[in-house]
Design a protein around this ligand. Sequence first.
Ligand code: AMP
Ligand code: MG
Length: 410
Amino acid sequence: MDHCAMPGLTPVDQALDTLLSEITPISKTEEIPLDAAMGRVLAQSVTSQLNIPPADNSAMDGYAMKAQDAVSGKTLKQVATVFAGHPYTGQVKSGECVRIMTGAPLPEDVDTVIMQENTEADGEQITLLQDAKSGSCVRNAGEDIKTGQCVFESGRRIRASDIGLLASVGCAMVTVYKPITVAILSTGDELKKVGEPLSDGQFYESNGPTLKAALSKLPLNIIDYGIIPDDLDLLTQAFSDANKKADVVITSGGVSVGDADYTKDVLEALGKIQFWKLAIKPGKPFAFGHLSDSYFIGLPGNPVSALVTLHQLARPMLRKLSGAVAEQPLRMSAITVDALKKSPGRTDFQRGVYTVNEKGQLEVKATGAQGSGILSSISAANCYIVLEQERGRVESGETVTVEPFDEFLT
Ligand code: AMP
Ligand code: MG
């Protein structure tokens, strides 16, 4: 049997390709101060107007001299002391040196630095205890970034080190894409908002708070519609309103076949939605499509399924819509400590903890029960164990693929 072609199930990669192909990234931009730019997406490439570092400077506290004088046993005359931020413009002749501090600009006549631990000072007489190659302990102008160099391309999601790099090239303002707006809704009569008293047969809903927390890692605004009961009118009202106000409407629950779930009916009336049965475990039921003024994503109701599909499918889509270039998740090979239950036909995202064993090998241990309602299996984990669609049961000691949790889940 060709399990990849399991009737009725859409492979995850295929669903993701379809989803991404239907997204047109937003084009609205804004100029914001650099210190507000963390996590935002650059809408214009940034070119440096400066060399970084701007001038040759010393990498050490020590003595700077001409390369020909950097010979062990030689004694040089110190003619000046150069501090960071205070260039020395006097001459340094052969047989002379300057005392120089880390980060201080190199005087024009010299090109080599010997760290002070490799010298002996007697007043102005500095004896070298080591040879040094020409250019030693010198940071050259432009060795990090050159004038005219592109620092970041448009589409770059700005990270902490990027803020520093942008600051170092003098970029006080950046042009970024405007944040998209995402509406989140939980559906189901059985759900209660945390903080309210529970009635018989109800339980506290977790998808809304989880989605909100995970989505807060992306550059977007959230409109939280809370819990909408399984009621045709209330669902119609909520979806219609969300469609007008948001770029993306994300719901959880009601996309599988359930008698009391009206979500499907309402959506079919409001837009063009594909209801998939994904070849993914957890997370089989999944919906995607267009309402009149927004994109729609319908996540499964089970909490692990909702978070896994949000991560694996919705996030790349939201990133693309936000103007960011695609980023591939990090995946690595590890040895599984446990045997893993698996049937061919769906790609599994089991949850595990990866560690490095005493032999230096990456190994992974599953976090117990893997049911789609067992949210603690994610909280206890630091990675997915991604088991290929066609794979069957995995024995202990076999090689599997792990995908470390990134900032979205941690
Ligand atoms: P559904 O697809 O609506 O039938 O939901 C599938 C399962 O997920 C049911 O057991 C629901 O009770 C549960 N579920 C749905 N939405 C939520 C939610 N927001 N928080 C926690 N569990 C949920
Ligand atoms: Mg439901």
